[in-house]
Design a binder for this molecule. Structure first.
Ligand code: ADP
Ligand code: MG
Length: 399
């Protein structure tokens, strides 16, 4: 396990100013957040520091203002949502550094919470400008990063600050890093990875990294079609990146040298039109897909065999649905395999970690998100971690 400091290592925080990087990039509709999961994730960190008497300054980005002030992207837009989740009033501070921040700190009492404005209003954020980072750091006594979802970016608020102040992982960051380490850093063997979703091209680096890490690589979703095509299967009108069959073959070769078994579906659910319960729906062997058919889900026999594979494994990392799960009945394979993984996790035989925007939606749809060991809601950061990359925001905490 990589070594980083947590809130347990800070000591007495009473009266100290905590600069806490959180993820407040909430999906909005009509001026209100439609999903506050990200705030809920960091609430324990924020409240722990506040309850121990720190003055907590929340630091976050919101949207892509590209280095300019933009009133529609002010973090004040989410102040109400943050207050509702924390069940506390917080003070909005329309700057991230300078006299206004200094004045606000003077007004805040121990245990109060302030919300700084969108750190991306300043070009120094994304440029990771040391001057900009120093200006922010000057207001704080220590820095806490609780935004794993932003840790793949080397920005001032995610990376630069960690070098200028005593730096700690918040509770959500700590939980995420611990879970991810168990799943891929230091997994109990045998380990399996499920990689699905639409395209091979979006997850090439993930596949290349995983074949050297896990004993079983389960490929589903649209990307399985490219692998099937690489093996000479006619996939008809399926979503398929024919220009990547060479790459797919290379990955299959690397896997076989590394002792990683790649599982591709041998039966599939196909249809001539992509719609809910289409008349042309049928299940067939992968070698029987007709020219005008599309593969839209993994078949039931393959799913059962994959469940048996998971039963032999101790660790599972999952990114990408097995089929076009948003449209019934092409959710069947994803739902069935997710339920098997959830049951094995609940039995204590499997450590299961999953992530990815659509993957989290699919696991919620299957009703098993809470039965996995850990679900990561960090999109880009989770994928980069699955690629084996060192995330700059995490590395800076370890320094
Ligand atoms: P994540 O967001 O979890 O990383 P992706 O974005 O890579 O996942 O992929 C999810 C998308 O892949 C879903 O919208 C799903 O409908 C699509 N998909 C899965 N299987 C197929 C398939 N066989 N044909 C077409 N689209 C598919
Ligand atoms: Mg997606």
């Amino acid at each position: 396990m990589p070594k980083f400091k947590t809130l347990d290592d800070i000591g007495d925080v009473r009266g100290k100013v905590a600069l806490v990087r959180v993820d407040l990039n909430l999906p909005m509709k009509d001026g209100r957040a439609t999903d506050v999961t990200r705030v809920e994730a960091s609430a324990p960190t924020i409240l722990e520091l506040a309850d121990k008497g720190a003055k907590v300054l929340l630091l976050a980005h919101f949207g892509r203002p590209k280095g300019q002030r933009n009133s529609t992207m002010s973090t004040s837009m989410v102040q109400g949502d943050v207050e509702r989740v924390l069940d506390r009033e917080i003070m909005f501070i329309p700057e991230v550094a300078g006299p206004v921040v200094e004045q606000a700190i003077g007004i805040l009492r121990d245990g109060d919470i302030g919300l700084l404005d969108n750190v991306r209003f300043w070009p120094g954020e994304e440029a990771n400008d040391p001057e900009f980072a120093r200006a922010i750091a000057g207001h704080g006594d220590f820095y806490v990063n609780d935004a794993f979802s932003a840790a793949h970016r080397a920005h001032a608020s995610t990376e630069g600050l960690a070098h200028l102040l005593p730096a700690y992982a918040g509770r959500a960051m700590e939980a995420e890093l611990t879970a991810l380490d168990k799943a891929l850093g230091n997994p109990e063997m045998p380990a399996a990875a499920v990689v699905g979703g639409a395209k091979v091209s979006s997850k090439l680096a993930v596949l290349e990294h995983l074949v050297g890490k896990v004993q079983h690589l389960i490929i589903g979703g649209g990307m399985a079609n490219t692998f099937l095509a690489a093996r000479g299967v006619d996939v008809g009108k399926s979503l398929c990146e024919h220009d990547l069959t060479g790459t797919a073959n290379k990955i299959l070769d690397t896997a076989s040298h590394a002792g990683c078994t790649v599982h591709l579906p041998y039966d599939v659910v196909v249809a001539k039109e992509f719609a809910a319960h289409p008349a042309s729906l049928r299940t067939c062997n992968v070698h029987e897909v007709a020219a005008e058919e599309m593969i839209l889900d993994v078949g039931p026999l393959a799913v059962e065999a994959l469940g048996d594979v998971l039963k032999t494994c101790r660790t599972l990392v999952w990114n990408g649905p097995m089929g076009a799960f948003e449209t019934e009945p092409f959710d069947a394979a994803t739902v069935a395999l997710a339920r098997t993984a959830a049951a094995l996790t609940q039995d204590g035989s499997l450590v299961s970690v999953a992530g990815g925007g659509d993957t989290v939606a699919a696991l919620n749809h299957a009703g098993v998100a809470h039965d996995f060991t850990y679900i990561s809601t960090a999109g880009g950061a989770f994928l980069e971690w699955m690629e084996g990359k060192v995330l700059p925001g995490v590395a800076a905490l370890e320094a």
